[in-house]
Design a protein around this ligand. Structure first.
Ligand code: FES
Length: 115
């Protein structure tokens, strides 16, 4: 879609160790604290995604929402997001804050919040 806003990934090159992939099964989500920031970790079809845990609408905690393995629904006012991309489904111009995320050979999930 030309002209559509895209999710931006905040990265500083400062990777922080979080939990192990063993603790985040496919279709699960959890929150962790990284450098004072609450980060939402999601396992989307075997790929880990990291987002700010704050809803772009009115800052509701996204870890209290519903996640069916593909779509995240904020518990506050039911905004919907594509968990794979962080892009809004309803409304479609909303965007989650995306953090850098990678999984080490030992399953450790590393996050870069841009700080
Ligand atoms: S705070 Fe998330 S939908 Fe309103």
């Amino acid at each position: 879609m030309e002209g559509a806003p895209t999710a931006q990934t905040a990265q500083s090159g400062q990777w922080r160790e979080t939990i192990n992939l063993d603790e985040l099964w496919e279709g699960d989500m959890t929150s962790v604290t990284v450098e004072g920031e609450t980060v939402l970790l999601m396992n989307v079809g075997g790929q880990v995604r990291a987002y700010a845990n704050t809803c772009p609408h009115q800052a509701g905690p996204l870890d209290e929402g519903d996640f069916d393995g593909e779509t995240l629904i904020c518990s506050r006012h039911l905004w919907e997001f594509d968990a794979d991309t962080g892009c809004g489904i309803n409304p479609d111009n909303a965007r989650l804050t995306v953090f850098g995320c990678k999984v080490g050979d030992d399953g450790t999930i590393w996050v870069d919040t841009g700080r």
